[in-house]
Design a protein around this ligand. Structure first.
Ligand code: SAM
Length: 288
């Protein structure tokens, strides 16, 4: 069954009484070259397990399962159950869980489904939860090798920007803290049904077992990064001092001690600057 064929999709929808739910980001891939590419570049392999977020009618799920030892997929919309039972009927290595990815106990899922296995995550993510999904996977430090996701082009450019560049944002710093992000390829809006009004890109975040960076207090680090970028074109001393409740004069002194100009804007800092600054602020809080 060719799951990227519009006629096949329409027939499945008619027979199972299914229709797209826009609020769940249901833009399904109809360009046949994309899913095999995601599965290949996403690092699937006969000894490797894959996890998918958001199956739709199973177009990517199938390609992952063809190349993986086992595929676990999480889909929020139970209305897709009868369709997936038909489209993925031939596969004995697919396990679909109907749940909200943001609510599921991921540690338990990994323990139950992927114990001692190498895992890659691949997904065509609904745009509305791109950042929370990526951050959840990274922050929970799940034992995954990589995360290959289709995201809105703008989000891809932001995530893969260089820390310390104009395009950099809080998400760039957060993602670089945990992984090495890389843009793989662009996907046009016409590759989906219904067609969204933005273009997309597939990116891969390689997660090295040995995290490159570490700070004294990760919660403080992410709070500071978010605050520093909250007024991205302005001097970061102001939002930092008000969000952290440190007097502006003191905040300037801490920045100077971290080797950062007091007039600096968040987009001018390197990863090392952010880490240094966070450690200095942490030290200040501990001694006060
Ligand atoms: N993988 C399919 C494809 O490429 O055609 C579908 C991709 S579509 C962009 C996103 C899918 O994620 C939809 O099937 C939607 O129902 C599902 N979804 C949306 N929010 C979700 C959530 N919180 N947890 C799990 N799945 C979700």
């Amino acid at each position: 069954m060719q799951l990227t064929d519009l006629g096949v999709i329409k027939d499945l929808f008619n027979r199972h009484g299914f229709s797209f739910t826009k609020s769940l980001g249901q833009n399904f891939l109809i360009n046949p070259s994309i899913c095999p590419k995601i599965a290949e570049l996403g690092g699937c392999g006969k000894d490797i397990c894959s996890l998918e977020i958001g199956t739709g009618i199973g177009v990517l799920t199938k390609e992952l399962a063809l190349r993986s030892k086992k595929t676990v997929a999480i889909e929020i919309d139970k209305g897709l159950q009868p369709i997936l039972a038909e489209t993925l009927y031939d596969f004995s290595n697919i396990d679909i869980i109907f749940a909200d990815f943001m609510e599921i106990d991921l540690k338990k899922l990994f323990e139950e489904k992927f114990k001692d296995e190498e895992v890659v995550i691949c997904a065509n993510l609904p745009y509305y939860i791109t950042s929370p999904v990526i951050m959840r996977i990274l922050e929970e430090k799940l034992p995954v090798k990589s995360l290959t996701v289709m995201v809105q082009r703008e989000a891809a450019d932001r995530i893969c920007a260089k820390v310390g560049s104009r395009e950099c944002g809080a998400l760039t710093v957060a993602v670089n803290y945990y992984s090495n992000p890389k843009k793989l390829f662009n996907v046009s809006r016409g590759s989906f049904a219904p067609s969204p009004n933005v273009d997309s890109s597939v990116i891969r975040l390689d997660i090295d077992g040995n995290q490159k960076y570490s700070v004294s207090d990760e919660r403080l680090f992410f709070r500071m990064v978010k605050s520093a970028f909250s007024q991205r074109r302005k001097q970061m001393v102001n939002p930092l001092s008000s969000d952290l409740r440190i007097e502006k004069q003191k905040m300037s002194e801490i920045m100077t001690a971290a080797g950062i100009k007091t007039a600096a804007r968040a987009e001018e800092l390197s990863m090392e600057d952010f880490i240094n600054l966070c450690n200095k602020v942490h030290k200040y809080f501990c001694s006060n």
